[in-house]
Design a protein around this ligand. Structure first.
Ligand SMILES: NC(=O)C1=CN([C@@H]2O[C@H](COP(=O)(O)OP(=O)(O)OC[C@H]3O[C@@H](n4cnc5c(N)ncnc54)[C@H](OP(=O)(O)O)[C@@H]3O)[C@@H](O)[C@H]2O)C=CC1
Ligand SMILES: O=C(O)C1=N[C@H](C(=O)O)C[C@H](O)C1
Length: 245
């Protein structure tokens, strides 16, 4: 039996994770911690899952790794610098591991893979992410990861930047730019989590779209990471390998 703790347990994702852990026959819930709670009980868990906020997750991770608790992290905001910091903490705690993924849904992982692959064949590519208006970060972690994967695929294939003659603009009109890829964020009541990757060549376009319709879409991936994290030394970025994607 693996004992699992949850940081962010009263949040939208945390509640879903608590329910998924309680329903899994091989997992038991050790602690359900939210803002302001004593995180001490987490030290007795085998794995802690963090779905909190970008400005709190690093402190939770530093503490949990120091306690020798494996970490599965879905919270967004991980820059390359933050990932390096986590690698450093893990190096000082041999035998303690972490998996960090900006998205745990099968559809989103496939969308990112297909988008990166397709982007080698198109002059133009831009990312549009659409989320519920209660989301505190923009662009989404998934959109940032997608843009980075697209940029890496295009660089490896020798594809140049997307053409863009914009000479004057209102601030923000062309979105954020992540590794040279434009990323646009929509926040709208009624939506949950959606993303389109728009690709274009002379005379043709391709749109790759993924829709997460409920937070249950992430639970297969989260539980797979919980079960695997103890056997994956150091830091694992993304869960594609775990799901065979
Ligand atoms: N990787 C993935 O597949 C997915 C990632 N996410 C990401 O997960 C994160 C959480 O999203 P969501 O659940 O919607 O957000 P919520 O705001 O609903 O939940 C976050 C929870 O964390 C609590 N919290 C804040 N600080 C701490 C702390 N130091 N320790 C413990 N708990 C804390 C908050 O409490 P309070 O409100 O009182 O501050 C809140 O209850 C976001 O970064 C989101 O982008 C979301 C979906 C899927
Ligand atoms: O905040 C959310 O809801 C989501 N956050 C993640 C992100 O920023 O990519 C994953 C998904 O898009 C839902």
């Amino acid at each position: 039996m693996t004992t699992v703790a949850v940081f962010g347990a009263r949040g939208r994702m945390g509640r879903e994770v608590v329910a998924a852990v309680e329903a899994a026959p091989d997992l038991e819930l050790g602690a359900a911690i939210d803002a302001g709670d004593d995180r001490g009980p987490v030290a007795d868990a085998d794995v802690v899952v963090d779905f909190t906020v970008p400005d709190q997750v690093m402190d939770n991770l530093r503490w949990a790794i120091g306690q020798g608790v494996h970490c599965v992290v879905g919270t967004t905001g991980f820059t390359p610098e933050r990932l390096d910091t986590v690698r450093g903490w893990l190096a000082e705690a041999p035998g303690t591991n972490a998996i960090i993924a900006s998205n745990f849904s099968v559809g989103a992982l496939l969308m990112m893979k297909f988008a990166a692959e397709a982007s080698r064949f198109y002059e133009s590519v831009e990312v549009v992410e659409l989320h519920h208006p209660d989301k505190v970060d923009a662009p989404s972690g998934t959109a940032v990861t997608t843009a980075r994967k697209i940029a890496a695929a295009r660089a490896a294939a020798g594809v140049g930047p997307s053409p863009d003659a914009t000479a004057t603009q209102l601030d923000g009109a062309r979105g954020a730019v992540v590794d040279g890829v434009h990323v646009h964020s929509v926040r709208q009541r009624g939506l949950f989590a959606h993303q389109e990757v728009l690709l274009g060549n002379p005379g043709e376009t391709l749109t790759i779209r993924e829709d997460s319709l409920s937070r249950t879409s992430y639970m297969t991936g989260v539980l797979a990471a919980v079960r695997a994290v103890g056997d994956r030394p150091g830091l694992t970025e993304g869960i594609e390998d775990l799901l065979g994607i």
